[in-house]
Design a protein around this ligand. Structure first.
Ligand SMILES: [Mg+2]
Length: 121
């Protein structure tokens, strides 16, 4: 089963995405902070990470930097509220695989997650 780790400081978004992907037979784990996200990547070894950029404390870019160091094959899709091109340029430099803007298009997101997992197999 494909495993996704969803990271967002907004708990409703975690719950909503967890339900969406669980219904589609993904194994879903959620984290609401950057610190928790780093711990869960190491413990759960997900295939795909959906990572909110803007979070208090350790933000998405810092999480990305930390996890890519030890998990270079982990596929990371950044989630951002507004199109911030400087942040995205930095994210791609740090190894992000794609990004999606809020409000989330679930159809697009599901397609992208599938594609990322397909590339791993
Ligand atoms: Mg946020």
């Amino acid at each position: 089963m494909s495993k996704i780790l969803i990271v967002d400081d907004e708990l409703e978004i975690c719950a909503f995405l967890k339900e969406f992907f669980s219904e589609r037979n993904y194994d879903v784990v959620t984290a609401s902070s950057g610190k928790e996200a780093i711990q869960l990547v190491n413990r759960e070894n997900p295939h795909v990470l959906l990572l909110d950029i803007k979070m208090p404390g350790i933000d998405g870019l810092e999480v990305l930097k930390a996890v890519k160091q030890y998990h270079p094959n982990l596929k990371v899709i950044m989630v951002t509220a507004v199109e911030t091109s400087d942040k995205m340029a930095e994210a791609f430099k740090l190894g992000a695989d794609n990004y999606i803007t809020k409000p989330l298009s679930l159809e697009y997101l599901e397609r992208d997650v599938k594609e990322k997992i397909f590339k791993l197999i």
